[in-house]
Each structure stands twice: as C-alpha cells, then as structure tokens.
Design a binder for this molecule. Sequence first.
Ligand code: 1CP
Length: 332
Amino acid sequence: MGIIKDCINKKNVDSIPVWFMRQAGRYLPEFRKIRSKNTNFINLCLNPELSKEITLQPLKRFNIDAAIIFSDILLIPYALNQSVEFKKNFGPNLGFLNFEELLKITEEEITKKLNPIYELIKLTSKDEILKNKDLIGFVGATWTILVYMLNRQSPKIINKEILENPNGKTLMRKIIDTQKIHIKKQVESGASIIQIFDSWAGLLNEDKLEEYIYKPTFEIVEFTKNLGVKTICFPRSIKSYKKYCDIVKPDAISIDYEVNPTKIAEKIDIPIQGGMDPKYLLLEEKEMLKNAKKYLEIFSNHKYIFNLGHGIMPETDPENVKTLVKFVKDFK
Ligand code: 1CP
C-alpha cells in the first residue's frame, strides 16, 4: 500500500504522488523489444511472467508511486468470446458477436480465460519493488466496452447502431456482470486500487449520460467500494466532471487535458488526478516543467495525484519522464 492510496484516503503525504497512464508500454525500448518477439498482443497480456516484467519496467526507471498492471480493457470482450486483434496503424479490430452464445458464458468460463491476469497480479504484488507502492488494477467502463463491442473498432462518432441496437441493454448487463467478476478477482489477487477508464465518455450527449454512463459506473464504483478498495474514474472529455462526481461518487477523479483545471479545483472536493497534456512531454524541458508547475500550483490545496490528461505518447523520450518525475517529487 502506498501514498496514492493514502492521498485518496485524504491522509497527509510527504510528496506529491505520481504515476502515468500508459506508463508501461509503447514509449519504452525495453517494452518494444519484448513486443517485437510477441506479435499477438492478447497472448502477451495473458503471459503472467512477461506481463509482470512489463508492469515493472517503468518502476525500474522512475521514482513513481504505483504500477498499473500490463493488460488491456479489451480483455473483457475477449473473455466474452469476441475475437480481438490489434492491427498495426489501425488499432483494435473485434470480431462478430453471437449474442445468444455470449449470454450463456458462465463466471467460471470468464475467470478461467482471464486467470493469467490474476496470476500476473499475484506475482507482481509480492515483488519487493512494490513495497510501499500501489498496484493499480483496471477495467474499461461499461460504456467504453459497449462501444468497442458493438462498433468493433475505435469509434469516431456514436451512431444509431450503437444506441439503438436491439441487444444493447442485454449486452450492457452482461458487461457489468463481467466487470464485477474481473474487478473482484483483481482485488483478491492483490490490486490495491481500481481505475475505471471511460475513454469514450466524451462522445455521448447529455441526455444519454444517465443510461450509459452514470448508472452503470455508479454500480461498478459501489461494488468496488464494497470490496474495500478505492476507485479512480477517468471519464475522458465528459461534459461535466462535477456532475459526474456528484452522481457516480468515485473516490478520486482523473481529468483530461482539455478541461480547465482552475475550474475543477473550485468545484470538486474529492482527490483529483492528472490533467497535464501528454504532448508537453514532447517539448523542451522548460515548457514541460512550466506546465507541470501550473497543475501542481492549481491543486496545491487539494488532494492531488500527478498524472497526465491521457496516456503517455509513443514518441515520448523516457528521459523526459524521468525529469518530470523528479520535478514533481521535489515540488514543495
Ligand atoms: O501495439 C502495441 O504494442 C500495443 C499497444 C497497447 C498497449 C501497450 C495497447 C493496445 N494496450 C496497451 C496496454 C494498456 N492499455 C494498458 C496497460 C499499460 C499502462 O497503462 O501502463 C492500459 C491501462 C490500457 C487501457 C486501454 N486500452 C484504454 C484506456 C486508456 C486510453 O488510452 O484511453 C483503451 C481505450 C484501450 C484500447 C486499446 N488497446 C490498445 C490500443 C492501441 C487501444 C486504443 C485504441 C483506440 O484508440 O481505440
């Protein structure tokens, strides 16, 4: 257990807690080396030894406070027997859905398929390097998973096929049940925090938020709280973070880089995470640190976890990440 959890529990901490979304992955040469030998991404996620190695790679380089498990939100469609492939320069490509078959899939079948992830968490949580640090497990939010499963690739806009799909409601219920199974197993295996990624929250209009975002996410947050574990929600580009927090009641909220941090600091009392635009890590050191300072100062009277407003970009130089972490850790 580490200072990220302490911060979410509103305890005082000696330094600003810091970790990065997508910290384990594409920008690290040691990741790319493993990835080049493992062309099937899902199989790599289901290899506990290699996934553990990738999970810990950023902790070997940087003085960060948490590891996030190397996995993917699309392992839920995979567990529900939808094929998932990653095509170069295209992104995820999902197979056709067989609704009747999908509804018959049992908890035992799901946990059997995802068991390597739980093995990865068991192996990783025991590692010395995570002493006094957090191990973050995660799921994609119901809405984001629903979009990938029905659209079968990254969405650009939300069309009628998604919102008016005759099987949509039943599929949502199956996704929620699967998320609960997956969260419970991650927690039992040693995940100390659960982050919920709603990457496509910004694509929905206000009138659809209740049904597709607030209701299912509240249920998942409540379920996770009852397991005794804190949740961080990242409803990327949602119209109102304040309303989201009031309704969904996450333990901490991760903000994107387009939202005005000063307004967020004024309106929201719960611990806040993130915000800085990942593109600043591609700029000169001075520009990058100036922007980091902005966030640190705005949230200086808040419980704040330093992170970005979206994942680290593949073009990022790991040395810049190192400089940024040192700056955050030395900030008083
Ligand atoms: O080709 C490769 O080498 C694979 C790239 C990659 C990696 C490293 C993918 C494919 N997923 C991951 C790991 C991953 N994904 C992690 C663990 C590593 C870490 O964060 O340090 C996590 C937490 C995710 C979460 C994830 N996957 C999200 C939510 C966060 C976000 O970025 O919005 C989403 C939307 C996905 C789907 C996904 N998986 C991979 C890609 C390229 C995508 C996004 C595609 C798209 O834009 O729709």
